[in-house]
Design a protein around this ligand. Structure first.
Ligand code: MBD
Ligand code: FE
Length: 283
């Protein structure tokens, strides 16, 4: 991995770290037929040809596109670009038949094998980690209501400035990342802080596109989760905060009404608390 702790928080530093992280991912070997490749790629190209004809795209614009695509690669921002603007539809299709809890996109900043933590745990964080303390608790069950003993609740999130450990300089390796092992009733209690909204880096190719198109660069504050148990389908999801900035206009269009938390002040006066249960489909 690039040692981003010695680098500035640039688009290229986080982009290249995301590209290297994706390269390490264990991917299923896909036996795609020539017929399917032909169909998918031909239709994609036809859609592009159609856009060029309808809008009379010029050579100057074609060259801008070429140089921008080259820059996306140089910045390592393909994972960011794809996860922000395409992944949500892949997720929608992949999970359209699920009966349990809703999922949403994974995004570019998941790291597998975060340290295991007990069913009640505080996420690794710096001394005096900034942000409102949050107790996030709940239960993992099967669709038939059976508690999922020892379910794994993997959680990763941005800090109070919107930065993810391992993708921004200066953060401890596993800051605000962990694999919480639920108890024998599938219950978990995670002490963390509320994350800040996430802004797509403005100094890279994705930022350039956003500025050129007159869009904004924001995702609402969110917790990322993967919840899994033997014999069940893993859920990849995110949870958002009621009333937070950009819940209504996420640049990645990954918010669903079922994924919005409404934390209340904690009984003991220390920050907020919220309960959210996960229902997993059988494998
Ligand atoms: C994120 O934090 C994220 O969750 C997604 C989907 C894309 C970019 C940054
Ligand atoms: Fe995120």
């Amino acid at each position: 991995m690039t040692d981003i702790t010695t680098e500035a928080a640039t688009a290229a530093a986080s982009g290249n770290a995301a590209t290297e992280s994706f390269a390490r991912k264990q991917r299923e070997a896909v036996a795609t037929s020539t017929e399917r490749v032909n169909t998918l790629v031909s239709e994609l190209l036809s859609a592009a040809h159609d856009i060029i004809r309808r809008h009379k795209v010029t050579y100057a614009e074609y060259d801008v596109l070429k140089s921008w695509l080259i820059q996306v690669g140089q910045d390592g921002e393909w994972p960011l670009f794809l996860d922000v603007w395409l992944e949500r539809v892949v997720e929608e299709v992949a999970n359209e038949n699920r009966e349990g809890s809703k999922g949403t996109i994974e995004g570019p900043y998941y790291i597998p094998d975060a340290p295991h933590l007990p069913a009640e745990a505080t996420l690794p964080m710096r001394e005096n980690e900034a942000g409102t303390p949050l107790l996030f608790q709940g239960q993992a069950t099967s669709v038939d209501g059976t508690p999922l003993s020892g379910a794994l609740v993997e959680i990763w999130q941005a800090d109070n400035e919107g930065y993810y450990a391992q993708f921004a300089p200066g953060l401890p390796e596993w800051n605000l990342r962990g694999t919480v092992v639920a108890d024998d009733q599938g219950n978990f209690k995670i002490h963390t802080i509320e994350p800040a909204p996430y802004q797509i880096p403005t100094d890279g190719s994705c930022g350039k596109l956003i500025a050129a198109a007159g869009w904004h660069a924001w995702r609402p504050a969110h917790l990322h989760l993967k919840v899994s148990a033997p014999g069940h389908q893993l859920i990849t999801t995110q949870l958002y905060f009621q009333g937070g900035s950009h819940v209504e206009d996420d640049i990645a269009s990954a918010v669903k009404p079922e994924l919005i938390l409404d934390p209340k002040p904690a009984a003991d006066g220390s920050g907020n608390e919220v309960t959210y249960d996960f229902v997993l489909d059988k494998a």
